[in-house]
Structure formats: C-alpha cells, structure tokens
Design a protein. Structure first.
Length: 325
C-alpha cells in the first residue's frame, strides 16, 4: 500500500514539531512548509521533505500542497499583542491560500488547529454549538474566528474533508508558555492574576496529537469541530506552584486582582498602539483573561464521537517536561 504524504505547516512551532515527530514515528512520509528563517534545529536529524515559503504566498503553498494526501495546519500567529496585519496575514489569508490549494489538488484530509478563543472567554463551559464571539482588540481570537468562517464556507460550498480542533492552553516540553513562566519566576517577575483558582484549560501536547490521530481513523469526524482540554481541572495556581517546586523558584509572588490587570492591559495596549510600539506590553487584556478567567470548555463531543480521553495525566506530563527534577 502506498504511504500517504503528510504536509505539516507550522512545523517549526511547538505543536507542529511534536506532530511531525509523531507522524515520522508512525512511519509516515512527512513534508513541511516553513519560512526560510525558521528554526527547525529540533527536527534536524529527521527525514523530511522541506518546502520554503509563507502561507501568505499562494505559489509556495501550491508547491507544498501538490502531491500531499493529508494537510495538518498548525501554523498561526499566536500572540496576545501585535499588529492587525500580522494576525490577518498568517491566520486568515494564509488559511485561505491553503484551502484553495487543498481544493485544487484534491487533498483527502485536512486537520486545522483553531482555538477556544473563538468563544471569546465566555466564563462558562462552551460547547461546539456555541456562537463565535469577537472581543474588541483581541486580535488573535478574532483572526481565528475569521479563519474558521472561511473553513466552514469552503466545507459548505466545496465539501472539503476538514476536521477542526479547538484546544485551550497547549503545554508540553519546550512550550513557550512554561518557558516564559519559569523565566519570569527565576527573575522574580512573576505575578498571580486573581486568586489563580480558575480552570487553566490545559491540554498536554501528546493528548492533543492522540486526538488528531483518532480523527484520521474516523470518516464521521469530517466536517466536525472538537473542543479539547484534559479532563483534570488544573488551575493556573496549581501549575505555578508545580513549576515553583520543580525549578526551586521563589515560593510566593504578588497577587493582582483580575479587574486591575485587565484595566492595566487595556491602558497599556492603547498607549502602545498609539505610539506604534511593536514590543509587547508587560500585561495585556488577553493575558489577564488567560490567567484570570476560567478556560473550562465542554469536551463531551470529542469523548463521545472519537472515544478520546487524555491518557497522560498532569503529574505524568510534568515528569516528562522536567525529567531531572
């Protein structure tokens, strides 16, 4: 049987690099589309077919998609602050180019990684049937909404074989979130936003990849979107306390009320945007919501339809991430 050719976008990123290694471990042929400046040192010993270019370049996308059987779109501009055109270029225009190429070359499966941010931090366990909610100034979430609207329009009009995953906070080895938290702790810059007891919405990267693989085995997953977080209710306070214990950092950190952090983020963003500053403020509204608003979502659908459950627990995950601690 001829092996399928798998294209992974965003392969230099956190989720994409983990997905590439899993596909290779399963004996799959893998090609990646990356920018010429991307760092793929973590994949340098892997047997890959490499295409260079950006998703915003239709010709580069065409070259990578042509001959691919399955496309995994892990690429995105994931930031809590940044210029509007950067979000649109990567998360909307890039997705449209990818979808057009997938239609042209008759790709058999498309996996798109979206985000629970499409629900706009609703403060309740949103299900997949919930309407998208734009938040003024939340450029990342709003761009993910636009990309999903494109996907479902393509699905309705051109019957593309797409499955969408909406994770909350993905974590694992080399995840930027944990690296930044640990760095801030070591430099005594870390702060707690609110009481820290809200659901962090964590999804361990291996658990997410397992769900992706399950979806490939199910034809009924085509045309479906799936929320996904681990079953354990881990708070950001628990995550922070675990990182403190594992890294030997300071044991106490200042606490800022959520309302104050959100107002401070709003003020700093206004100033930074007015001054044309591209550097990220010390706090933004999105960061305040990430740490101060519950990220719990309903995972009933993915458990029922894909028979998925997180196989790696939080305790096991932390041992994988910090093996020497």
């Amino acid at each position: 049987m001829k092996k399928k050719i798998n294209l992974v976008t965003g392969a230099s990123g956190f989720l994409g690099s983990h997905l590439v290694r899993e596909l290779l471990k399963r004996g799959e042929d893998v090609r990646i589309l990356i920018r010429p400046t991307s760092d793929i040192s973590s994949l340098e010993n892997e047997k890959l077919e490499i295409f260079y270019g950006c998703l915003s370049d239709p010709d580069a996308v065409d070259s990578a998609v042509k001959g691919s059987d399955r496309v995994f779109n892990c690429a995105a501009y994931v930031q809590d602050y940044g210029p509007k055109d950067a979000f649109r270029k990567a998360n909307v225009i890039g997705v449209e180019n990818l979808l057009n190429s997938c239609v042209q070359y008759h790709v058999s499966r498309i996996i798109h990684i979206s985000s629970t941010d499409v629900y706009g931090f609703p403060e309740h366990a949103a299900s997949e049937e919930e309407s998208f909610k734009k938040r003024p100034g939340f450029r990342y979430g709003n761009s993910k909404i636009e990309s999903e609207k494109l996907i479902w329009d393509f699905y309705d009009k051109k019957q593309i074989p797409v499955t969408v995953f909406r994770p909350a906070t993905i974590y694992g080895p080399r995840t930027p979130l944990l690296e930044e938290m640990v760095q801030m702790m070591r430099e005594s810059r870390y702060i707690h936003i609110g009481r820290g007891n809200v659901h962090a919405g964590l999804i361990y990267v291996d658990n997410l990849i397992e769900a992706i693989m399950l979806s490939l085995e199910s034809e009924s997953s085509i045309g479906e979107a799936y929320n996904i977080i681990d079953q354990e209710n881990i708070s950001f306070r628990q995550l922070a306390d675990t990182l403190i214990a594992l890294t030997g950092s300071r044991k106490t950190y200042p606490v800022i009320p959520f309302s104050l952090a959100y107002a401070g983020g709003w003020f700093l963003e206004r100033i930074y945007y007015l001054l044309g500053m591209r550097k990220r403020p010390v706090v933004t509204r999105m960061i305040a919501c990430l740490f101060g608003v519950s990220q719990e979502i309903s995972t009933e659908k993915i458990q029922k339809e894909l028979n998925w459950a997180s196989s790696v627990s939080f305790a096991q995950a932390m041992k994988h991430i910090f093996p020497d601690s």
